[in-house]
Design a protein around this ligand. Sequence first.
Ligand SMILES: [Ca+2]
Ligand SMILES: [Ca+2]
Ligand SMILES: [Ca+2]
Ligand SMILES: [Ca+2]
Length: 408
Amino acid sequence: MRWNGRSFTTLAVIVILLSFMGTAFAGSAHQAAARSIVVFQKGFVDQTEKDNIIKKAGLKKVKDLEMINAVVVEQEGGSGSLTEGQGGVLRVENDAVIQLQGNLKGHPKKGFDEVLPWGVDRIDADNVWDSNHDMDVDGRRWAGSGVRVALLDTGVDMKHPDLRKNIKKGYNVVDPQKPPYDGLGHGTHVAGTLAAVDNRTGVLGVAPEALIYPVKVMDDEGYGTISGVIEALEWCIENNMQVVNMSFGTNEDIQSLHDAITEAYKSGLVLVAAAGNDGPGDDTVEYPARYSEVIAVSATDNTDTLTEWSSSGPEVEIAAPGADILSTFLDGGYIAGYGTSMAAPHVSGTAALIISSGIRDKDNDGLINREVREALRRSATDLGDPGQDSLYGYGLLNAEGAVGLPGH
Ligand SMILES: [Ca+2]
Ligand SMILES: [Ca+2]
Ligand SMILES: [Ca+2]
Ligand SMILES: [Ca+2]
């Protein structure tokens, strides 16, 4: 039995996910069209020539990926191929499938007095913007105001009363003709942890005044493609995003994705990704979290212990709450979420808090992403084995400590 049928309603999908707790994390097979990424050599930029080579090879062009000088193609009628070295072709890679890294559990709730989710409380994000602990953002405190965070996910419920104020115009990679609406609930949940607003109802996010730009890279079943992520990263650079949250992963190491990630990092973006839910077991961090340019986030529970399903390995950079996380859901509701998908936005939100507090460009390269990363590492509360380790990285995320570091 599979859970990726389009005929299921969102709620049914969640119930089925529930019954597969554990196995759903492992990443079930997904039927995607056989697509490839054809990367051309540097300097081989003539679009007509590229198109001709693809046509002659019996392949159908899906779209261009200008950022990495590549074209996404699919086979027409099962025939056609291109190999390395052929007519300016540098590399041909699988346009692999990416998958969300979280499950939503239980029945959606509605309409309750505002609560501070345990994760936001645990990382002391509230101490950054609510010094008198009255559950209201203090004036003149740093709450992520004006910071641009791209949410590469299933989209967002843009009408949610606890999000609406912070949602900006994003982009839909899956269907460019449509707005990046969320039909599953995953992206909406991640958005709430990041930046649910201070409105005395529902929940409070880590950075209640950060701006969220939803970029839909996954469909309403929670799947996307490497080429879609590359397109999204290109959008992030062109639209001057500052932080990118990536609550998805794949086990496949695709050079084209790494190239796009490297480009995004060089342009100054703070890149945050879910480590994956392939635990227990060491060396289970997925891509893109596994790349050195990306902050890989593992997931802890409310006893500050790594969850049994969290991926771990030397690439883990920081740990954050990821179990039983109450956040926003479709139709104005709220629901609990489990996964490194839920841990990552705690880090992205904290990056927004650090940026809004005015971090200094210490190495004078005109960018602040390295400094934000350094602040996250230096302020983390050590857990597990002394010092950096493969379960918790530098330790548990500490928003108050990160913003309060001297030298901002
Ligand atoms: Ca207050
Ligand atoms: Ca709220
Ligand atoms: Ca810098
Ligand atoms: Ca440690």
